[in-house]
Design a protein around this ligand. Structure first.
Ligand SMILES: *[C@@H]1O[C@H](CO)[C@@H](O)[C@H](O)[C@H]1NC(C)=O
Ligand SMILES: *[C@@H]1O[C@H](CO)[C@@H](O)[C@H](O)[C@H]1NC(C)=O
Ligand SMILES: *[C@@H]1O[C@H](CO)[C@@H](O)[C@H](O)[C@H]1NC(C)=O
Ligand SMILES: *[C@@H]1O[C@H](CO)[C@@H](O)[C@H](O)[C@H]1NC(C)=O
Ligand SMILES: *[C@@H]1O[C@H](CO)[C@@H](O)[C@H](O)[C@H]1NC(C)=O
Ligand SMILES: *[C@@H]1O[C@H](CO)[C@@H](O)[C@H](O)[C@H]1NC(C)=O
Ligand SMILES: *[C@@H]1O[C@H](CO)[C@@H](O)[C@H](O)[C@H]1NC(C)=O
Length: 608
């Protein structure tokens, strides 16, 4: 019993205590919890979400720290709407139907840190709306219908660090719009209708660290688009469907550590705009129709650790592609058109930790052998590469290969040049010759030709290496003679075949062209023709001669006509017409006899 009474007393005391506390609390705030709100006195939180409110309730408890007014029907905020909430830290007005916020609506919220106005119907934010919010750090005005940011809209928000403005209809940002935002760190301009980067407005944001642009209709990034953003570390550009090029100096002045240009229309890696970004660590160029990563062009990006190029049109990563990148850790080239990835692409493959190579039409041969011993510690993101070509390894994950299988898989065959004859090729001067070079090997070797001067021959010029591997020498000259080398090389090595070309000069008696002796002789620029020799008649000479002939003929005829004109003028009575009769030539009787007619034709010529 004694214990029972004790419990009773304790309970009674507790109730009295709680009552006292509640009285104390309500006497302190002097205001009850408003209808359609739920109050949590301990947390000083007012949750008025989903309360069917059309205006902000009056007489809110003065010590409120968190005020949730989301999912109501509030249409306007009047001047000094929240005047007596000096302790309020967090105000959420998202998901209402607000279209008007009067100037100084938030005046007096001197402690406010977070203000959310997302998903309302704001079209314009008058200058002065955000007055009196000296501590505000986060402002969310995303998913409204804002068209412009006027000059000085955010003037007083000196502590603002994050501004979310995604999904508005922004068409213009005035040059001074961001003035005063000295603490701003992050700006998101997603899904807006800007037609150019608001370069001038951005110059006000000297403290900005992250900048996100999403879905703009811009086709080129102009030179000097981002001026005076020295602190910017992260730039994210996504879904600019028309973006095909970055001007050479478009990223000039930036010192980024992270750059994303994703879901755009870049056809090549923008090496030149990037090359000064020596502190870049993270580069994402995914979902662009990029076809190649060239050799030796990333070298300036000394600190680059990650390259993401997922879902592109990559068909080739050249040897030396990542040369100079000593800290390279992650390469994600999933979902491309790569047939291989050679270890020579990397500066040092030992730094690589993560490799995304899945969903590529990989040919599994010795070029991918380097992956095998590393397959146990490389992170494939759950999708190891698979082979699509070789029969025994088709559609098998690299991880599935057993140690005993390995020697037989992923092999290459050394290149071998097949047509080893003839080693000597003779050609007459002025003629064209094609020298074959056919090689086999696995993978199919590439063929190059080395000139007698030990230079690789290009696919252009009089002497050139054809794309099918043949060597072509057109209009052979004596000095083309010499030893040419065909080199076939693949990942397994190289094979070569020397060919000696001998160009036979014309014997001196050869008379292919007719010559013009003693008339005039041109100094000749074409090699192999002696200047003392008489020059062969060419088309140009004939043309000049013909022109001279015609000119003299025409001048004689015109002199004749002029003479006739004056003569006819002086003799007034002369008949001004002359009739000329002519007889067409008889066709030969052997031609069927039909042409055996004679007819006299006439025509009349009028003299002026
Ligand atoms: C506020 O109230 C709404 C609706 O009653 C509820 O969904 C939400 O979780 C509440 N928020 C907090 C922070 O308690
Ligand atoms: C902004 O772009 C969207 C989609 O292209 C379009 O529907 C909307 O009308 C545009 N708004 C303005 C103000 O141009
Ligand atoms: C951008 O700058 C580069 C490098 O100075 C220059 O070659 C190019 O013409 C410029 N482009 C435009 C559109 O001004
Ligand atoms: C560029 O950024 C890096 C770190 O991100 C910093 O160490 C370096 O000093 C910056 N360089 C300049 C010129 O601001
Ligand atoms: C590569 O990127 C894709 C798409 O972002 C992702 O799903 C995959 O996990 C990544 N792979 C690796 C190895 O990180
Ligand atoms: C390579 O092309 C040239 C010109 O098109 C041709 O003459 C030659 O026969 C071809 N070589 C081979 C090996 O098919
Ligand atoms: C061919 O291979 C040898 C070594 O096997 C190498 O020294 C040589 O440079 C290679 N030649 C070419 C043209 O790749």
């Amino acid at each position: 019993m004694f214990e029972g009474i004790g419990v009773h007393q304790w309970l009674c005391c507790g109730a009295i205590y709680l009552l006292a506390a509640r009285v104390a609390l309500s006497s302190e705030t002097r205001r009850p919890c408003p209808q359609s709100c739920r109050c949590n006195a301990a947390l000083q939180e007012l949750n008025c979400s989903n309360g069917q409110l059309t205006t902000v309730p009056d007489n809110l408890p003065q010590n409120t720290k968190l005020l949730n007014l989301t999912h109501n029907k509030i249409r306007t905020l009047v001047q000094q709407q929240f005047q007596r909430l000096p302790q309020l830290l967090d105000l959420d007005l998202s998901d209402n139907i607000m279209s008007i916020i009067e100037v100084e609506a938030f005046l007096g919220l001197e402690s406010l840190i977070t203000l959310r106005l997302a998903r309302n119907h704001l079209k314009i934010i008058p200058v002065g709306v955000f007055s009196g919010l000296p501590k505000l750090k986060l402002l969310d005005i995303s998913s409204n219908e804002i068209l412009v940011f006027l000059d000085f809209t955010f003037r007083d928000l000196t502590s603002l660090q994050f501004i979310k403005a995604a999904d508005n209809d922004l068409v213009f940002i005035s040059h001074q719009a961001f003035t005063g935002l000295i603490s701003l760190q992050e700006l998101r301009l997603d899904g807006c209708n800007l037609t150019a980067v608001p370069t001038e407005a951005l110059t006000q944001l000297s403290g900005l660290r992250s900048l996100y642009f999403h879905q703009l209709g811009i086709g080129t990034l102009q030179n000097y688009s981002f001026r005076r953003l020295e602190r910017l570390k992260e730039l994210v550009i996504t879904r600019w469907r028309w973006l095909e090029t970055l001007s050479g100096n478009s990223l000039f002045g930036l010192n980024l550590t992270s750059l994303t240009i994703k879901h755009c229309n870049l056809k090549a890696v923008p090496y030149i705009p990037l090359h000064h970004l020596v502190y870049l660590v993270y580069l994402d160029l995914s979902f662009n129709p990029i076809t190649d990563i060239d050799g030796n062009l990333f070298g300036d990006l000394l600190r680059l650790q990650e390259l993401h190029l997922v879902g592109g049109s990559l068909a080739r990563i050249e040897i030396g592609a990542f040369k100079g990148l000593a800290h390279f850790k992650l390469l994600n080239v999933s979902r491309n058109l790569l047939t291989t990835l050679e270890v020579g692409a990397f500066h040092s493959v030992n730094t690589l930790k993560t490799l995304g190579l899945d969903n590529n039409p990989l040919t599994c041969d010795c070029r991918l052998l380097w992956v095998v011993p590393r397959r146990l510690y490389l992170d494939f993101g759950g999708n190891p590469p698979t082979c699509t070509t070789s029969v025994q390894s088709q559609e098998r994950y690299f991880l599935d290969f057993t140690e005993s299988e390995l020697p037989g898989l992923l092999t290459c065959r050394h290149p071998r040049i097949l047509n080893r004859k003839p080693r000597e090729v003779k050609v007459d001067q002025g003629h064209t010759v094609v020298v074959y070079c056919i090689a086999e090997g696995d993978p199919l070797p590439s063929l190059t030709w080395i000139s007698p001067q030990l230079k690789p021959l290009s696919p252009f010029g009089r002497i050139r290496a054809l794309s099918n591997g043949s060597l072509e020498v057109r209009y052979a000259q004596a000095q083309d003679s010499g030893a040419y080398l065909c080199v076939a090389s693949n990942a397994a090595g190289n094979d070569s075949l020397p060919i000696s070309l001998h160009v036979r000069a014309f014997p001196s008696s050869a008379k292919k062209h007719f010559r013009l002796k003693g008339w005039f002789s041109f100094p000749s620029a074409s090699p192999g023709v002696n200047e003392n020799q008489s020059v062969p008649f060419d088309v140009k000479t004939l043309l000049i001669a013909a022109t001279i002939g015609f000119l003299s003929f025409f001048s004689s005829v015109s002199v004749c006509f002029i003479f006739m004109f004056f003569w006819s003028k002086s003799k007034g009575q002369l008949k001004h017409t002359a009739t000329i009769a002519y007889v067409p030539r008889r066709t030969a009787p052997s031609n069927g006899g039909k042409g055996n007619y004679m007819e006299t034709s006439r025509f009349t010529m009028k003299l002026i």
